[in-house]
Design a protein around this ligand. Structure first.
Ligand code: GAL
Length: 923
């Protein structure tokens, strides 16, 4: 395919080709995807899929998809793994939306264009800490058991498959339409229905899926690895650090070779390997998750995966994003799905990127790693160090995987190892892992061995450039073979060189950037860059059609394009930054985002400021509590039966999903006449939910479900105050449905009911007084989708929408106190004029005493971007994605505040804040 083109181009440009072209298909060219025990092969060429999990449904902006995918590509990822959320596309049975922020056809085009392979994971069940595990909430009312071959469930998922596969099919590498290379059926299926798995396989194939199918086995149990129900390939997952981000101890790495007999002649696939963790309501916050799975974790675990030959290696998550709308499974996560991932929710690079880059660039540069056999452990001088040797059987190159024997140990150690005639020493400072190469053809050089790790090497035609690294202050030694003594020119740093008639020995200390030029010796020139690991990560390895080049300095280098003697770079800078380019010598002029680079540096961003949020308009808005409110057009809640596996304790059935209201807030009004002494209610809200009760307009109280793990329901008993009853009485109840459970255990847990679960009005004599109920909830917003809105009066009346006019509302300043329990809306407009060529991730910050009891639904230009719970946290800054937020123009911010007591409600200070500021290309 593309390789042919690349070879032709290379011939024209008269310099050699790097073996790693962009994995982009030309239209209508077919490709083969084969595999063996080592790796996938595309048109016979081995690939290491270094993949990043990315959820488009957690980033509602097409342009930001491209931004983030380009960042993944620049960081060295070769693939992106996409769950497809059925719920996100289907508001009702048979109804699908694949437009706008749901346009996955466009997403797959972007992935291909950026040069990323795609692992498609359309479920039907995805888990993902998503509401109902990605099932549309209407599926919760099905009678048949989900994740089995039950007829109603099967009819529903087949329809989903037919619709989503019609899109995925068009983008398969096999058929030449795009870059989809693998397709996952189901996810962590721990049920036992092989017929169901067979049906999924058959449906995918019938829908035209021609790339290999695999499954992601929960926890390395070789489930669905063979036998009935097993797809072609076996994938599995693991989260060795777990999900409690308070954790400070370090888990040990595992040897996964025990999987080999079960996996057989197929490659090892991590459908998911931990890249962070989710954080629950009231949790420690994502900073802790990022620490827990930080650089030391990445180094130990991902290097171990490389040693274990996981040539499909998907990091979950690489970018987490936002549970905007009602997308979260409330039991495990709040609005932010930042995940402590390598990239923040705001698409920023974190301290986790540098190690990932080193690993990804190593795998991209050193193709020999894609096929290696275990030679076994080598005894060194220090038994505390484990040296494991692997070899490429075709080229003979060897790789030494060096780490602490006890992978949890932080003690500094060093050992010798043997390679050929040599016995070099390698040191590990603290908890560390190194992958060292020997007898390896490094571009056009011969590396005898190095105790520094290879980060990248490129063949630039006139010379080779190799970038090697080690931790700051560590000794390094690199030995290269020549037919005659070469000339060594130390351009920067201290290097000792010696020649023994065959090999050139270089010794040095890793500190900043040491530069050596080696000429002669029967080989093309070599520019050898010996860096400390932090400095190494300031390099970017960027593909061009004629092979990769290196660039160094700015925050991010996205793409490079050769045009004659010009090199066009696109990238981002967080400050004025030096830029150094390692490109073929024919390159004389460098452009950065369309501007010629002069003086070897690129400009930083202009500072930005935000207007204060003022001129807040305010209205109390709980008309449903008023006994005179007209609910005659509401739906009568009068069902006497339900298909839900949890049968109601009282009738009628009041489950909100049974009446077609699936997301967010739901109102109930119960009418009764005659006697009443006490009202007893149970509500299903999911973790951290809340509900408030009124009788004849008088507030009776609020119940919090709480944050204890497993809490989903809560009960309240309210004595009816003397004098409140009339002839006709109305109970008004507002219940916040925080979202549905996942169904990870294949036990229909997603059907656990929401809304009122039981309701009794007891007369003084203890008998139950009959109550007639009506229910009102959210409707699907055609543009923003089914999960954008619940049933608050203001949502039904369009308060969040930009063109709504708050006529008659008060004007207030923040902070503002409110002593009326119930809902109030605060609304303002703000005009932004941020520079077009800067990426300014904007957040909305709430500042208040957490002792005040209220929570806020946040709407920006009508889009519900999150829920703030003042007395819970931990999230106090909310991402406002560009696209939803107009960076040049007017924005409407509408906040639905639910005050839950009569003393501490209201709203604290609210402000816009820049979470970063970068120059960025405008296309
Ligand atoms: C896996 C699951 C993912 C996600 C992850 C934790 O078990 O396949 O969907 O839930 O755990 O973030």
């Amino acid at each position: 395919m593309r390789r042919v083109l690349v070879i032709m181009l290379a011939a024209v440009l008269a310099f050699a080709v790097d073996p790693v072209p962009r994995p982009v298909a030309e239209p209508h060219r077919q490709h083969t995807i084969t595999y063996d025990r080592y790796s996938l092969m595309i048109d016979g060429r081995r690939e290491w899929l270094w993949s990043a999990e990315f959820h488009y449904f957690r980033l509602p902006s097409q342009d930001l998809w491209r931004d983030q995918l380009e960042k993944l590509k620049a960081t060295g990822f070769t693939a992106v793994s996409l769950y497809f959320s059925w719920a996100y596309h289907s508001p009702a049975p048979g109804v699908y939306d694949f437009t706008g922020v749901r346009d996955v056809d466009r997403l797959l085009d972007i992935a291909e264009d950026v040069g990323l392979y795609v692992i498609a994971r359309p479920g039907p069940y995805i888990n993902a800490e998503a509401d109902a595990g990605g099932y549309p909430a209407w599926l919760t009312t099905q009678r048949g058991r989900a994740r089995t071959n039950a007829d109603d469930y099967q009819a529903a998922w087949e329809d989903w498959y037919d619709h989503v596969n019609a899109i995925i099919r068009r983008h398969q590498l096999t058929d030449g339409g795009g870059s989809v290379v693998l397709y996952q059926i189901e996810n962590e299926y721990d049920g036992s229905d092989a017929v169901y798995m067979e049906e999924l396989k058959a449906a995918a194939k019938a829908d035209g899926i021609t790339v290999p199918l695999f499954h992601n086995d929960k926890g390395r149990n070789l489930r669905w690895a063979s036998g009935p129900g097993a797809p072609e390939l076996y994938g599995t997952d693991t989260y060795p650090a777990g999900f409690d981000c308070n954790r400070t101890s370090f888990p040990a790495v595992t040897d996964y070779r025990f999987l080999r007999p079960g996996v057989g002649d197929r490659p090892f696939i991590w459908g998911e390997f931990q890249g962070g963790a989710f954080d629950p309501w009231g949790g420690p916050g994502y900073g802790r998750c990022r620490n827990m799975t930080g650089p030391a974790f990445e180094r130990m675990f991902y290097d171990n995966n490389i040693e274990n030959q996981f040539t499909v290696h998907n990091i979950y998550m690489a970018y987490g994003g936002t549970n905007w709308g009602w997308q979260a499974d409330p039991n495990v996560v709040y609005t932010s799905y930042d995940y402590g991932a390598a990239f923040t929710e705001q698409r920023q690079l974190t301290e986790k990127v540098p190690v990932l880059k080193q690993q990804a660039y190593l795998l991209a540069s050193v193709g020999d790693l894609r096929k290696t056999d275990d030679l076994g452990q080598q005894a060194g001088t220090d038994p505390a160090v484990r040296v494991w040797v692997k070899q490429n059987p075709d080229t003979g190159s060897r790789f030494y995987f060096v780490r602490h024997q006890d992978a949890t140990s932080a003690a500094p150690v060093s050992t010798t190892f043997t390679t050929g005639d040599y016995t070099p020493t390698v040191a590990l400072t603290g908890r560390d892992f190194k992958i060292l190469a020997a007898d390896y053809d490094m571009a056009r050089q011969r590396l005898v061995y190095s105790t520094s790790e290879i980060m990248a090497h490129v063949n630039l035609g006139d010379r080779d450039v190799a970038l090697l690294h080690g931790r700051t202050g560590e000794q390094g030694e690199t030995v290269l073979r020549y037919s005659s003594e070469p000339r060594v020119e130390v351009v920067a740093g201290d290097v000792t060189s010696s020649w023994n008639g065959r090999d050139l020995h270089l010794t040095y200390v890793h500190n900043g950037l040491t530069r050596v030029r080696i000429h002669g010796g029967g080989r093309p020139p070599l520019e050898l860059l010996l860096a400390d690991s932090d400095t190494a990560s300031t390099f970017w390895r960027v593909d061009t059609k004629a092979g990769p080049i290196l660039a160094r300095g700015p925050y991010l280098v996205r793409t490079a394009e050769r045009r004659g003697s010009s090199l066009l770079l696109r990238g981002d800078a967080d400050q004025a930054s030096p830029l150094e380019v390692f490109a073929p010598k024919q390159v004389r002029t460098v452009y950065w985002n369309g501007h010629r680079v002069r003086g070897g540096s690129v400009p930083g961003p202009d500072p930005v400021t935000f207007p204060e949020l003022t001129n807040w308009r305010y209205t109390e808005d709980t008309p449903e509590a008023d006994p005179a409110f007209d609910d005659s057009r509401w739906v009568a809640a009068d069902h006497l039966t339900t298909d839900n596996p949890t049968q109601p304790a009282t009738l009628p059935v009041l489950y909100t999903d049974d009446y077609g209201f699936h997301y967010g807030d739901v109102w109930y009004r119960g009418h009764f006449t005659g006697a009443g002494k006490q009202i007893a209610l149970t509500a299903g809200t999911g973790r951290a939910g809340v509900w408030t009760v009124w009788l004849n307009g008088a507030n009776l109280g609020t119940v919090n479900t709480g944050t204890a793990s497993g809490n989903q329901n809560s009960t309240g008993t309210f004595d009816i105050p003397d004098g409140l009853l009339r002839e006709d009485n109305v109970i008004s109840v507002l219940v916040r449905n925080m979202g549905h459970n996942e169904n990870g255990g294949s036990n229909d847990n997603h059907k656990r009911p929401r809304g009122l679960l039981a309701a009794t009005v007891a007369a003084p004599d203890g008998t139950a007084t009959p109550v007639t109920w009506r229910i009102q909830g959210g409707r699907t917003d055609q543009l923003r989708g089914p999960m954008n809105n619940g049933g608050l009066h203001g949502e039904r009346a369009g308060y969040p929408l930009p063109d709504f006019r708050p006529t008659g509302w008060d004007t207030v300043t923040l902070p503002h106190n409110d002593t009326t329990p119930g809902v109030a809306w605060y609304r303002t407009k703000v005009r932004l004029d941020l520079p077009k060529d800067q990426d300014v991730p904007v957040g909305l910050r709430f500042t208040d005493d957490p002792g005040r009891h209220y929570r806020v639904l946040i709407f920006v230009n009508g889009w519900q971007v999150g829920q703030y719970v003042n007395d819970l946290g931990p999230q106090r800054v909310f991402t406002l994605p560009q696209g939803i937020l107009r960076h040049q123009g007017e924005n409407t911010i509408a906040l639905a505040v639910w005050s839950t007591d009569s003393t501490t409600g209201g709203l604290g200070e609210v402000s816009l804040t820049a979470q970063g500021n970068y120059t960025t290309p405008t296309r």
